[in-house]
Design a protein around this ligand. Structure first.
Ligand code: CAP
Ligand code: MG
Length: 431
């Protein structure tokens, strides 16, 4: 009988990839009755040039474009993809290949894209972040402490005026940024344009009163042309940041906006709402560190990365992998978590730690991230017994304490805001 499939042609355990190839690390579980070799052949085939059956006629070029599964380690496999498979500067196309049909194949019970080494000749066609961590620090005139921000809470429901008033209190408590929430865009009770306008007046006031630089992450998430329109409004009012929900808008939109915002001098805060639909299952989907990698490559300046201790899932190991992906120039591999990555001239991006934080948890979060991150404390300032301003002040006091090597209890003796925050929350971990 004629051979039906040719998946075995995509496996070569003696193969050594060249430095121009994209190497991807997957976790995989073969379907019942399928060998590991049969399963990885299917993954390499479907993500590159193959199909389910042998074909009668193939030009010789095809051989050069095939992906090769070349290393198995338990349930982990590395697959090499020749550079000719990939279009320059097209992030969507990369995902259609290495993160496309393969997740639905009957040949695998589970499949997870953990990381990919993207060679210089691939990433050089992307812009990367416009400023880098140092550029953002310069912009905000903050030397060494973590940058701080708060989402106005509740997420949605305030008028533009009420929203801005809370923003003002946040800045006056010492925070750098006021952030829109992921589902706050332009609502009938809080129009985008009006929010930006009123916030501008209060930002100027807060800057004058504190002598500090203040900014905001305005959520421009919408249809792409509308996002551009909103980004332009933000720039016209003299701001330096926008926020995009990067998963729901997608890589194409983020690339377009990276270009557009670059011209306007706007940094991009990336919210990752919906990521957990594909990052949460440890055996299937796409890792958060790989999403972070795509976003740094395209060029956001920061992306949500988790807290380890707050209300949302995310292990410490995962956080460190995301942080390394975003902050390092040369990322060192971590077994079954990260592959090496040389970022070349692509600038760095900040991890943003958010979700269920309050002053009492600041030492634990800083223990994980150090000082190079954006700390977002929202419910944990607005819920302070004495209000938003006191909550922000308490958080800044907690940061000061950690940086000075003091305990929070020590610091709270001289700082009433921190004392009151610890009185309410202590070291409570929400869930
Ligand atoms: C945080 C937050 C963020 C989450 C997103 C929220 O508010 O605004 O959207 O942090 O998760 O709505 O939960 P709180 P992640 O500080 O009041 O919890 O950062 O993990 O992507
Ligand atoms: Mg939110």
């Amino acid at each position: 009988m004629a051979k039906i499939d040719w998946y075995d042609k995509f496996v070569d355990l003696g193969y050594k990839p060249s430095k121009d190839e994209i190497v991807v690390l997957f976790y995989f579980e073969p379907a019942a009755g399928m060998s590991k070799k049969e399963a990885i052949g299917r993954i390499a085939s479907e993500s590159s040039t193959g199909t389910w059956t042998t074909l009668t006629k193939l030009p010789p070029r095809m051989k050069k474009l095939q992906a090769t599964a070349f290393k198995i380690d338990g349930n982990y496999v590395k697959i090499a993809y020749p550079s000719g498979l990939w279009e320059n500067g097209n992030a969507c196309q990369l995902l259609s290949g290495i993160a496309g049909n393969i997740f639905g194949m009957k040949g695998v019970k589970n499949l997870r894209l953990i990381d990919a080494t993207l060679p210089q000749n691939y990433i050089k066609y992307f812009k990367g972040p416009q400023y880098g961590m140092q550029g953002i620090r310069k912009m905000m005139r903050v030397k060494s402490r973590p940058l701080t921000g708060a989402v106005v809470k509740p997420k949605i429901g305030f008028t533009a005026r009420e929203h801005a008033a809370i923003g003002y209190e946040t800045w006056m408590g010492g925070f750098d940024f006021v952030k829109d929430d992921e589902n706050l865009t332009s609502l009938k009770f809080n129009r985008f344009d009006e929010r930006v306008k009123i916030m501008t007046r209060l930002r100027d006031k807060a800057e004058k009163e504190t002598g500090e630089a203040k900014s905001a992450f305005f959520n421009i998430t919408a249809e792409t042309e509308e996002m551009k329109r909103r980004a332009k409004i933000v720039a016209d009012y003299g701001w330096n940041y926008v926020m995009i929900d990067v998963v729901v808008t997608g890589t194409a939109a983020v690339q377009t906006l990276r270009d557009y915002c670059g011209d306007l001098g706007l940094a991009i805060h990336a919210h990752r709402a919906m990521h957990a639909s594909f990052t949460r299952n440890a055996k299937h989907g796409i890792s958060m560190q790989f999403l972070a990698k795509m976003m740094r490559m395209i060029g956001v300046n920061q992306i949500h990365s988790g807290t380890g201790v707050g209300k949302l899932v995310g292990s410490k190991e995962e956080l460190l992998s995301i942080a390394d992906t975003l902050r390092e120039k040369k990322v060192k591999p971590r077994k079954h978590m990260l592959l090496e990555q040389d970022w070349g001239s692509i600038k760095t991006a900040f991890p943003a730690s958010s979700g269920g934080l309050h002053p009492g948890l600041v030492p634990e979060v800083m223990k994980i991230y150090g000082n190079e991150f954006i700390l977002l404390v929202s419910g944990g300032i607005h819920g302070h017994p004495d209000g938003t301003r006191a909550g922000a002040a308490a958080t800044m006091q907690a940061i000061d304490a950690v940086m000075a090597g003091e305990t929070l209890t020590e610091k709270a003796k001289k700082n009433i805001e921190l004392k009151r925050a610890l009185g309410k929350w202590g070291k409570y971990k929400p869930r």
